[in-house]
Ligand binder design. Structure first.
Ligand code: SF4
Length: 220
């Protein structure tokens, strides 16, 4: 057995116990190749599906899976959509049967931590879609919420800003302008991607949120 893989499994196991205590369903798969069959088993033909922007969903093949005609994908990426049409699809996604996304960080205490610019993703995670499926690489695991906030400021947000070509403080330096400050400290530029901060802790609706941890680094 690969020692690093063994460590990933043990850490994922700790996180899954905590997520289950917080009334979220939790799964572990060792490789990205095992994500699509698991996600498929959690979907039904005819489901409407919305997504949060996610490199992880692309890397694991989930973005391709949900374009299967047996599902009703609310395609926010369709070529030629106007800004208003994209916004309409983001709103429709809030009432989807299933919402697929990754997370910015998952703590060993069983919390999901997500930070959004437009806030459509954190809104859907919090309420609306009947089922939320979170796919996250092992690199998203952190000890606690302080480390989660640091992860966004030093890793997730700067990388997403590069990917999306946003005009932000971290685009200039590679770290959040507020990296020495509190959770919400940051730049004051219009392109800021850190505007709404969501911590998903114990859930009233058991297993509405399903977390798939993958024993490989994925996304940012
Ligand atoms: S607040 Fe601004 S500088 Fe800080 S991570 Fe977010 S976008 Fe980057």
């Amino acid at each position: 057995m690969n020692p690093q893989k063994t460590v990933y499994e043990k850490q994922a196991s700790l996180a899954m116990e905590a997520l289950r205590r917080n009334r979220m369903a939790a799964y572990y798969v060792p490789t990205a190749a095992e994500v699509v069959p698991l996600v498929r088993s959690l979907l039904k033909a005819g489901d409407s599906i919305g997504v949060g922007g996610s490199v992880t969903l692309d890397q694991t093949g989930v973005s391709e899976l949900i374009r299967d005609p047996q599902y009703r994908f609310i395609d926010r990426y369709e070529a030629g959509l106007s800004k208003e049409e994209v916004n309409d699809r983001l709103r429709q996604s809030l009432l989807a049967d299933v919402y697929l996304t990754s997370a910015n960080a998952i703590t060993l205490n069983g919390e999901l931590y997500n930070v959004d610019g437009r806030s459509n993703r954190v809104a859907a995670i919090a309420f609306g879609p009947r089922s939320v499926i979170v796919v996250a690489g092992i690199n998203k695991l952190v000890t606690d919420l302080d480390e989660a906030a640091k992860r966004v400021k030093l890793t997730a947000a700067p990388a997403n800003v590069e990917r999306l070509h946003c005009d932000t403080g971290c685009a200039k330096t590679g770290v959040c302008a507020g990296y020495k400050g509190n959770m919400t400290a940051g730049c004051a530029l219009e392109g800021r991607i850190c505007c709404s901060y969501l911590i998903s802790a114990m859930q009233r609706e058991k297993d509405r949120i399903k977390v798939i941890l993958v024993g490989e680094p994925l996304g940012y």
